[in-house]
Design a protein around this ligand. Structure first.
Ligand code: GLN
Length: 247
């Protein structure tokens, strides 16, 4: 019998915003819940569908090509913006990765074109002429005060993101480019709303972060420990690829 509150995950645009195997992040959440006897429900909202802010505890937006982002940006503003704001206001967790992260802000400017964003956090993204920011990346984050941890992953983005002066990053870049390759900041965090350029198997490489999301979204203080030998090895390999080894 599942124990307590289930984790209800809703993916936005699961067919369009899912490059680099973003779906694997959701599978990992499902498996870690199953191992602990925590119920798990997954749903999705696509183009033209409204977002019910009470229907999930974790809303997920994956990465996307500029072309697909264009479709989603306009739809997001028209049909999901209010729902997403209401979800954040009631404390639901929101995880947005790469292209999805860019859409959480005010705008994504590509040449003469300006794609609108959800305006959930204060940030702007501009597609500059310089090279894409690609490679392994490691950042230091402090999701719980006094407990610094490392997130290790991979980034590949043409857009450069700048946070508004009062907005907090998700973390500080240890290796890699981060938001824009200049200010040493990576991602954004406002309460339970998190955006990051670390994509692909973000959660398989950082199982501790998956657990933080599960606990936060379902209101659990603590989760039962799991045998994380393989997950720890995946994390260590991702750190090594980024050039920080274990510290
Ligand atoms: N299209 C966006 C960019 O290049 C995001 C890419 C992605 O999600 N990988 O900046």
């Amino acid at each position: 019998m599942p124990d307590g509150r289930p984790l209800r995950v809703c993916a936005l645009y699961p067919d369009l915003m899912n490059i680099y195997a973003d779906r694997g992040n959701i599978l990992l959440l499902e498996q870690r819940c199953a191992w602990r006897g925590i119920g798990f429900e997954a749903s999705g909202v696509g183009l033209g569908e409204r977002l019910d802010p009470d229907a999930a505890d974790l809303f997920y937006i994956g990465g996307g090509q500029d072309r697909d982002q264009r479709l989603c940006a306009l739809d997001l503003v028209e049909t999901k913006r209010d729902g997403l704001h209401a979800a954040a206001a009631r404390g639901a967790a929101i995880l947005a990765v790469c292209g999805g992260y860019q859409l959480l802000g005010h705008s994504y400017v590509l040449g003469d074109e300006e794609l609108p964003g959800a305006g959930l956090v204060d940030l702007h993204t501009v597609r500059e002429d310089g090279p894409r920011l690609i490679g392994n990346v490691a950042i230091e984050v402090e999701l719980d005060p006094g407990e610094p941890r490392v997130l290790a992953g991979f980034e590949n983005h043409g857009g450069r993101t700048r946070l508004g002066a009062a907005e907090q990053p998700l973390g500080r870049v240890l290796r890699g480019h981060g938001n824009n390759g200049r200010d040493g900041l990576e991602g954004v965090r406002r309460d339970n709303v998190i955006g990051t350029y670390l994509h692909g198997p973000l959660l398989p490489k950082n199982a501790w972060f998956a657990d933080w999301l599960i606990a936060t979204a379902t209101g659990r203080e603590e989760l039962a420990p799991l045998d994380d030998e393989l997950e720890d090895a995946a994390h260590a390999a991702a750190r090594l690829a980024a050039g920080i080894g274990t510290r």
